[in-house]
Design a protein. Structure first.
Length: 373
């Protein structure tokens, strides 16, 4: 089910966002039935600026905390299950204190944050959840004091920069708007870069693992993530432009622009392919340099096409074929049938011969290529 893909994303997202300011334990076991806590966070050395940039999520991470994110609206049993984990953990800490002959202190008990896109009024009130608007934002409902927890209704949070990093874990239009707001942040913002990397991974998992189960809102989510590929590449081009300007040489600027873009695209591809298929195959490596010379638009289209492939051996074979097609299309304007045959013959070459031929492509005519193949 796609729910498990989203659950994995939420855990990885919270782990990456919180790890700079503390210790994150994903899937921490508690005794009793041996249930897993989704995300267990312990604050580390304070980094005030980073915590402030996390906004509401950073405020929640000022103390030891348990985060239990849900993709779908929580039900009665979900809340009982989360609070049971907290109670089991309390008993575990009490036993530990007795073993160590120390006094147990309830102040050390983590605070439970249940994150849900929506929740019914009756469910929230049934657990005694009430807002604390003098200290916290709308959409957060705190349990009675000794329960040490709160329900965070993400879709009720105000859409401000302070709540952005929690709204990424929302659903439907709320999540899509949060993703679109990432584009307003600086492209070198560490939080933006971390979120985008995880969102790309989420998109990839959705379209490759079980595409037949995708709901309309998940397809819209994929479309919301897609434009950020292009934006990152444009940012790399701008960075190359600025570096060229600093050199102050007109001809050097032109070369710097092109070289900077190619180097950035080569790095992106070198990271993207192993991330999907494991270690780069020799034939994949052959195509990295010519593919880095694609225009930003073509390069983005290629990445998106690869992200639609399955992550098994068949998908890897299709990826190699796709890389070869983009390389040949860059140099030769041939019909689809001719191009397909050329790709097939090209990939039948041993890696050494393939390397030599790919290096020769810029100097070959279409007839010369056909003769060689």
């Amino acid at each position: 089910m796609t729910r498990f893909i989203h659950d994995r994303f939420a855990k990885e997202y919270l782990e990456e966002m919180l790890s700079p300011i503390g210790t994150v334990n994903v899937g921490r076991d508690v005794t009793s039935e041996v249930r897993e806590i989704d995300v267990y966070f312990t604050p580390g050395t304070p980094i005030p600026e980073y915590t402030e940039n996390l906004g509401l999520l950073g405020k929640m991470a000022c103390t030891t905390a348990i985060f239990e994110p849900f993709r779908n609206p929580i039900a009665l049993g979900d809340v009982w299950n989360c609070t049971s984990k907290l109670f089991d953990l309390r008993r575990e800490l009490e036993r530990q204190a007795r073993r160590e002959n120390t006094r147990y202190d309830d102040a050390k008990l983590p605070f439970l944050w249940i994150l849900t896109p929506t929740a019914s009024k009756s469910l929230v009130s049934g657990f005694g959840g009430i807002p604390n608007l003098s200290n916290w934002l709308e959409g957060i409902y705190f349990f009675p004091e000794h329960w040490q927890g709160a329900i965070v209704v993400i879709h009720q949070l105000p859409e401000t920069p302070e709540t952005l990093w929690l709204r990424i874990l929302g659903k439907g239009k709320v999540q899509q708007r949060a993703i679109s707001q990432l584009s307003a942040l600086a492209t070198d913002d560490p939080l933006r870069m971390t979120a985008l990397e995880l969102l790309y991974r989420l998109q990839s998992n959705l379209v490759t693992d079980i595409p037949q189960e995708l709901e309309p809102e998940e397809r819209e989510l994929i479309m919301a993530i897609t434009p950020l590929f292009q934006q990152q590449i444009q940012a790399a081009q701008q960075q190359a432009r600025e570096e060229g300007l600093e050199r102050g040489l007109e001809r050097g600027l032109e070369r710097g622009l092109e070289r900077g873009r190619e180097e950035q695209q080569c790095l992106i591809l070198s990271d993207f392919l192993p991330g999907r298929f494991g270690e780069l195959s020799p034939k994949m490596s052959v195509f990295l340099t010519p593919l880095s010379k694609l225009s930003a638009t073509e390069f983005t289209r290629m990445l998106l096409a690869i992200s639609m492939l399955t992550v098994d051996a068949a998908g890897q074979q299709q990826a190699v074929k796709l890389l070869a097609e983009y390389v040949l299309r860059r140099y030769f304007n041939e019909s689809a049938d001719i191009l397909d045959a050329a790709v097939t013959n090209l990939l039948e070459l041993p890696a050494v011969e393939l390397t030599v031929l790919v290096e020769e492509l810029p100097q070959l005519s279409a007839d010369e290529l056909r003769a060689k193949l």
